[in-house]
Design a binder for this molecule. Structure first.
Ligand code: SF4
Ligand code: SF4
Length: 79
């Protein structure tokens, strides 16, 4: 099973540059055209959260350090 992750976007910093959207290898991200950040941008959000692997590429390419990535830990099955 591929690793699973999720991200949080700090909307105070996001400026809708779309770098994270275009560089996410799994098509997880999009700009939310229904909402505006406090600075008046459409924020990035997870349009397909189940596809996130926690690869961190979005956080690395974000020029405003707006993205925090979390990874789910694997748990050993009880037998
Ligand atoms: S951590 Fe990786 S898979 Fe998840 S949204 Fe960011 S770039 Fe996409
Ligand atoms: S790369 Fe950063 S600033 Fe650009 S859209 Fe994504 S979260 Fe917003």
């Amino acid at each position: 099973m591929p690793p699973k992750g999720y991200i949080e976007v700090n909307e105070l910093y996001c400026k809708a540059c779309e770098l994270c959207v275009t560089d996410c290898p799994h098509g997880v991200l999009a700009l939310d055209m229904e909402r505006l950040t406090p600075r008046g941008y459409h924020p990035a959000y997870m349009v397909d959260p189940d596809a996130c692997t926690g690869c961190v590429i979005c956080a690395v390419v974000c020029p405003d350090a707006a993205i925090t990535v979390y990874r789910y830990e694997k748990q050993k099955a009880e037998v």
